[in-house]
Ligand binder design. Structure first.
Ligand code: FAD
Length: 434
């Protein structure tokens, strides 16, 4: 059998696409995921952490608020709607978001777990997708008109540090699995400048009371940066801004990206306040606060065992500290499989040596036009901007993809999505709405 669409990887991006395709089209679809069941960053599903986008950025609502796969319908079906009504907050717990996603995945018929995609090739009749079935350890082949790469991100650890990955030196995405072991140690270091580093530092502080360990937060930042959350800034996460950004020349887009980096990568002020509160209270009751935050500090290398070579970036002073464990919250990078470069590098257009060209509808631009689309849901910053992979815009992206696949306007794309005007070329005056 030939599928219309095969999705590779099943995080929120492809899960939303799977749900919308099943609900709104009669397309034959298959979504392949290597894990044995749905889970969303399980190593960072910590208590008290929340999603950084409102619950309306669920898998479907922004495309179809009447969808049976909405977050509100999940609450209704599982008997939690009244509790959520009283909770009265837009930012839902990450644990709850994961439960919602798992619930949706259990409703869909077009998902195959334990399926590691080891190769995709474009042939005369479309795509040939080869998987390893991780239960039987056998290979299987599927055929499809279109494919959608949704393999997400992986830890971005400097090469000099990767070689030290071992038992107690590991990326933040594994934190929850390692936490119990960490509690047995004397000294734990958390390296990084973003939300994950802050959450792990706070989580360790929360668990510190009954334990003797010391916790250090090592960050290059000269000051802990808050996530920008003003309403005007949030408009950079709208379809209108993405559509403006993707039309700019490549060089202008690169320049724009560094400006908007902070919009995406700061730390939630609630987390920062909680850390400060905790440290302040500890400073009053304990002789020694067994925690520190080293600003301006780069982890240069790790010597045998767990000796960290650090550099103060302003004072240019290098020194070492001994630790028992290092959690590397040094960010994420797009997870593009090796077969992609091997099989597609020469077939597609590139904007630079590192950045492939992506069309407005998130398909790759082939040198020789083909009827078979290869859509990409990761590594989009250079083409559609920092906001493009944000969960808030995931549904918008999926709407464009479904319209392209069906060659119909299955989903009407909202036009006026911002109160600000980004482009002088398509200036529109704000008309009174009353
Ligand atoms: C802790 C954490 C919290 C976050 N919170 C937010 C937030 O609040 N708001 C926001 O906008 N963004 C957030 N992000 C950013 C994050 O990128 C998105 O939340 C989201 O997970 C991206 O979805 P995705 O579907 O593109 O990729 P992922 O969720 O990474 O899913 C990719 C999937 O592909 C599978 N896969 C990979 N390779 C293969 C293969 N070869 N074969 C088969 N399967 C494969 C993986 O197993 C995985 O399940 C957060 C990230 C983290 C780590």
């Amino acid at each position: 059998m030939k599928y219309d669409v095969i999705g590779i990887g099943l995080g929120p991006a492809n899960l939303g696409l799977a749900a919308l395709l099943q609900e709104s089209t009669d397309k034959k679809t298959l979504f392949l995921e290597m894990k044995d069941t749905f889970s969303w960053h399980p190593g960072l599903l910590l208590e008290d952490t929340t999603l950084q986008v409102p619950f309306m950025a669920d898998l479907v609502t922004m495309a179809n608020p009447k969808s049976e796969y909405s977050f509100l319908n999940y609450l209704k079906e599982t008997g939690k709607l009244f509790l959520f009504f009283s909770y009265n907050e837009f930012q839902i717990p990450r644990i709850e978001y994961n439960a919602y996603l798992s619930w949706v995945s259990s409703q869909l018929k077009n998902i195959r777990f334990n399926s590691y995609v080891k190769n995709v090739e474009l042939q005369e009749e479309g795509y040939v997708v080869t998987i390893v079935d991780l239960v039987t350890n056998t290979e299987k082949t599927f055929y499809s008109e279109h494919v959608v790469l949704g393999t997400g991100q992986r830890p971005n650890t400097p090469v000099t540090l990767q070689e030290h990955w071992k038992n107690q030196i590991f990326p933040a995405l594994q934190y929850a699995f390692k936490r119990d072991d960490l509690m047995e140690l004397n000294h734990i270091s958390v390296v990084g400048s973003g939300q994950s580093a802050a959450e792990i530092f706070l989580d360790l502080l929360n668990h510190q009371k009954n334990h003797e360990f010391t916790v250090e937060w090592i960050t290059r930042s000269p000051a802990l940066r808050e996530l920008e959350t003003t309403k005007f800034r949030l408009e950079m996460f709208t379809p209108e801004y993405v559509q403006y950004f993707e039309k700019l020349p490549y060089e202008k887009r690169q320049k724009g990206l560094s400006y908007f980096y902070q919009l995406r990568n700061g730390i939630n002020p609630v987390t920062l306040d909680e850390i400060y509160r905790k440290l302040y209270h500890r400073s009053l009751v304990e002789n020694e606060v067994k925690a520190s935050i080293r600003l301006h500090t780069e982890l240069m290398s790790i010597d045998d065992g767990y000796s960290l070579n650090l550099k103060h970036l302003e004072e240019e002073h290098t020194y070492s500290i001994d630790t028992d464990a290092v959690v590397l919250a040094t960010g994420l990078e797009p997870n593009i499989p090796d077969w992609f470069y091997h099989n597609f590098e020469h077939l597609i257009e590139w904007e630079s040596s590192q950045h492939f060209k992506i069309n407005k509808n998130y398909s790759l631009s082939f040198k020789k036009p083909t009827a078979y689309n290869f859509f990409v849901l990761t590594d989009l910053d250079h083409s559609h901007g920092t906001a493009s992979t944000n969960l808030k815009l995931s549904v918008f992206r999926n709407q464009l993809i479904i319209n392209a696949i069906t060659n119909e306007e299955i989903f009407k794309i909202e036009k006026n999505t911002s109160l600000q005007t980004f482009s002088s070329l398509n200036y529109r005056s704000l008309e009174p709405t009353l």
